[in-house]
Design a protein around this ligand. Sequence first.
Ligand SMILES: Nc1ncnc2c1ncn2[C@@H]1O[C@H](COP(=O)(O)OP(=O)(O)O)[C@@H](O)[C@H]1O
Ligand SMILES: [Mg+2]
Length: 261
Amino acid sequence: MILAVYNPKGGCGKTTTAVNLATELARRGRSVLLVDLEADMGSSISVGVGPSDTGASIFELLLNQRRPSDAVRPVAKIPNLHLVAGSPALAGIGAALRNVRQPERRLADCIRPLASSMDVVVLDSPSNFTVLSLSVPALAQHLVVPIRADYLSLESLAHFLRWYRDRGAGRDRMAHLSGILLTMVDYQREATREIVDIIRVHNRRGVFRTEIPDDPRVSEAPSHGIPLMLYSRSRAALAYERLAGELLQRIERRGRVSRAR
Ligand SMILES: Nc1ncnc2c1ncn2[C@@H]1O[C@H](COP(=O)(O)OP(=O)(O)O)[C@@H](O)[C@H]1O
Ligand SMILES: [Mg+2]
């Protein structure tokens, strides 16, 4: 199964969600591959692999310079979790794939062979509409869409959902939208509560019941090179545990519905 944490808007909690979902799924006994698609290597750093690491990264796979299995490494301290690291070189991936035919297919060519030996692949998507981020919904089966509960995020969610529907209505096969995930929710602020209500009313069952609260521990964990849930049993860590359960239930329910059709 290939899952992607996806939203073209930056800073909405994609990397945090990808790392902690992948960790929790591994802790539940699934063999999990976390794939970092970002030049700033946020999810790699969060599991202890930094920019000075010299191993093969997703960049070499996209350029066909290494075999996909060469870039898979086990994550220390977390049994069942594996990583394909990001790379600063991804900043130039658009130019590097300039002469490749159908560059948006390269990601699928690298990841599909790896997916067959894993229970779950979790893609940490880059922000914006780049060749790499556009490759994600065509490869993944399920999308988790994190969003901050603030006004501009609300506007950008509406734009994203319209764009996603239009694209899906075309000939592209697109991942199923498993759910919108409210992140960094600050329950002290009335404006936040109002935005959460608007998002829930407009999207109904499309929004995960679980919300990720604003939690200072989240930004501390990466500096220790371990995911939040190993660093602290804080509010957000507990919420990510619940999210993994809710997501698996949603995916299972969808599987039953599509089999019954
Ligand atoms: N629940 C949370 N509480 C507090 N800070 C958070 C939370 N989730 C994410 N952050 C912080 O917000 C910033 C953006 O999150 P990140 O996961 O990197 O988003 P994205 O990958 O979408 O750009 C990071 O500094 C991260 O530590
Ligand atoms: Mg990120």
